[in-house]
Design a protein around this ligand. Structure first.
Ligand SMILES: C[C@@]1(CC(=O)O)c2cc3[nH]c(cc4nc(cc5[nH]c(cc(n2)[C@H]1CCC(=O)O)[C@@](C)(CC(=O)O)[C@@H]5CCC(=O)O)C(CC(=O)O)=C4CCC(=O)O)c(CCC(=O)O)c3CC(=O)O
Ligand SMILES: NC(=O)C1=CN([C@@H]2O[C@H](COP(=O)(O)OP(=O)(O)OC[C@H]3O[C@@H](n4cnc5c(N)ncnc54)[C@H](O)[C@@H]3O)[C@@H](O)[C@H]2O)C=CC1
Length: 158
């Protein structure tokens, strides 16, 4: 397989339909990040955790089928099942729905960066899907830098 080469872009997802397949803690983590960007999120899963059930996010309790992907801009598969994930990734590529498979960079069409957001400034750190811990650490360093600068500027007000 050719080496993947991810383009970092900023994508408007306000009102866009995004599907989460799976309803465990991995799905819940993705949902919490997406909720900050006003997407129209839905979940399909055999069962959902308490956090999702109580979140107000619409969910359908059913086994995944290829037709579930139709009409979505993108999806995140969090089924914790490698064979199923492989099938879901294939279906997504065939239907032209953007593919993200939890913890499986080799199957992902797009990957989620570590984000620092301060109002309309958004800094997204990606490692080209090679080292998620480096992305998180770099984001945390950027966050600490920004928050220090912000405090410094504020102190000038006094
Ligand atoms: C490729 C990618 C695919 C994708 O998911 O898009 C991917 C893959 C993998 N993640 C793994 C582990 C963890 N990932 C996190 C957290 C985050 N992961 C995110 C992104 C990405 N993760 C994409 C790459 C981005 C890039 O280019 O660098 C973040 C930044 C954004 C988000 O998820 O939206 C979000 C931080 C959110 C925040 O802090 O703001 C945590 C911590 C936690 O969950 O608390 C753990 C440890 C606990 C656990 O194992 O779950 C492993 C196993 C690694 C190993 O142990 O070897 C793989 C597989 C592998 O690397 O091979
Ligand atoms: N504490 C934390 O921050 C985190 C903990 N974890 C842990 O890692 C483990 C794995 O968690 P998850 O990745 O969330 O997996 P999980 O096994 O908890 O959830 C998988 C989800 O996929 C659904 N699913 C499976 N097959 C399906 C099918 N054919 N059709 C539709 N839905 C289907 C299941 O119903 C379930 O909702 C758990 O023990 C979890 O607690 C995972 C991520 C973060």
């Amino acid at each position: 397989m050719r080496e993947k080469n991810y383009l970092p872009i900023a994508l408007n997802i306000e009102g866009e339909k995004i599907l989460i397949i799976g309803g465990g803690q991995s799905a819940w983590k993705k949902i919490q990040i997406l909720k900050r960007f006003d997407a129209d999120i839905e979940v399909v899963a055999l069962q959902v955790c308490k956090e999702i059930a109580e979140s107000g996010i619409p969910y359908r309790i059913k086994p995944y089928e290829k037709s579930d992907l139709i009409g979505y801009l993108m999806f995140y598969s969090c089924t914790n099942n490698r064979d199923l994930d492989m099938q879901i990734a294939k279906d997504g590529y065939e239907l032209g729905v953007l593919v993200n498979i939890h913890d499986q960079p080799n199957l992902c069409q797009f990957v989620s960066p570590a984000i620092y957001q301060k109002d309309n400034i958004r800094i997204a750190v990606s490692s080209n899907a090679k080292d998620v811990y480096a992305s998180i650490e770099t984001r945390n360093t950027i966050k600490a830098f920004f928050e220090k600068s912000i405090n410094y500027n504020r102190s000038l007000d006094f």
